[in-house]
Design a protein around this ligand. Structure first.
Ligand SMILES: [Zn+2]
Ligand SMILES: [Zn+2]
Length: 317
């Protein structure tokens, strides 16, 4: 049998892999809802995860209700030229997300979960300016108004609607629409912080680590053993529920770990998809809150939010 003759340049070359993976799964929220339902069964966090399943189902309903708004070529070209995310959450906000919120609230009004139905009714009675104020707080930290309890109740629903609008828009883009934004710690599409990262198993992404945007669900590549907040490659450590781990080829990686950085004292979770291929970043993040508590106690501050639960987490910048 003829052997392939090595050509100059062959050695050290790898299969090309995508640096950005856009959210093209049109059933993303329905799949997430099923994952929440699966995780809720037999979990001490069952009631919380079950409520989240209702929110994700409502997100899918809102997502399906309308197509993405067209994005002008000159806007896309300008953002590429300036190294700015085309869907920056810091730019003037398109009010289209409020239409998504209306569908979401409508779906939750009949979901059968009293807490969610109450929250949906309260939010439905708030005018557009009041909703924008809550959205500002979701992005900027802090609370809207002077009632922390009310904000904690309403902001996850606002965060859920913002995710619907941004995910639909990001899913309508093409990879070539997206330029480099200068930092790999924020989403190249919208500039948001990631919720967590995942070591992937898909053929072209095998064993590579991707960060998952907390807002638009875009994934982007970042090398492993690097702080996702300050990009330091020193002083990185890993915690699982069994305590402090080592990262290395000989280590059996736990499904969920917290990657901590002693340079900026932040952490973010890193999941190993091989251990549970059906995982969903947002759902599994909430199902592993015990790990957050462990790492918080060790003195690290979480660097990226989960908009369904902990809006306003310090952005680590
Ligand atoms: Zn994003
Ligand atoms: Zn760091």
């Amino acid at each position: 049998m003829a052997q392939k003759i090595l050509q100059p340049g062959d050695i050290g070359q790898h299969e090309p892999f995508p640096t950005i993976v856009l959210p093209t799964d049109r059933q993303l929220f329905a799949n997430r809802a099923r994952r929440f339902e699966h995780l809720a069964r037999g979990s001490a966090l069952g009631p919380l995860l079950g409520a989240m399943a209702h929110i994700a189902h409502a997100q899918q309903r809102a997502f399906d209700a309308r197509p993405a708004a067209p994005m002008a070529d000159d806007v896309l070209a300008a953002s590429r030229g300036h190294g700015m995310p085309a869907l920056s959450f810091q730019a003037e906000r398109d009010t289209g997300w409020q239409a998504d919120l209306d569908v979401l609230l409508d779906a939750l009004a009949s979901c059968g979960e009293t807490v969610l139905q109450d929250a949906a009714a309260r939010l439905a009675a708030i005018d557009a300016a009041g909703r924008e104020a809550i959205a500002d707080a979701v992005f900027g930290g802090g609370i809207a108004g002077d009632d922390p309890e009310a904000h904690a109740m309403l902001s996850p629903l606002v965060g859920a609607a913002l995710q619907v609008w941004w995910t639909r828009q990001a899913g309508s883009m093409k990879s070539e629409d997206i330029g480099l934004v200068g930092s790999s710690t924020v989403c190249p599409c919208c500039g948001s912080r990631p919720t967590a990262s995942v070591i992937e198993i898909a053929p072209t992404q095998h064993s590579l680590r991707y960060l998952h945007c907390s807002l638009c669900a875009t994934q982007w590549h970042m090398v492993r053993v690097t702080c996702t907040s300050c990009e330091s490659t020193k002083d990185i450590a890993y915690y699982s529920l069994n305590g402090k781990d080592a990262e290395g080829p000989s280590t059996r990686l736990a499904f969920a770990r917290a990657e901590t950085c002693d340079h900026c004292h932040s952490y973010l979770k890193i999941f190993t998809r091989e251990k549970d291929p059906m995982m969903d970043v947002l759902a599994d993040d909430l199902a592993t809150l015990t790990l957050d508590m462990l790492v918080d106690e060790a003195g690290y501050l979480r660097s990226g939010p989960n908009l369904l639960f902990s809006p306003g987490v310090a952005d680590g910048e």
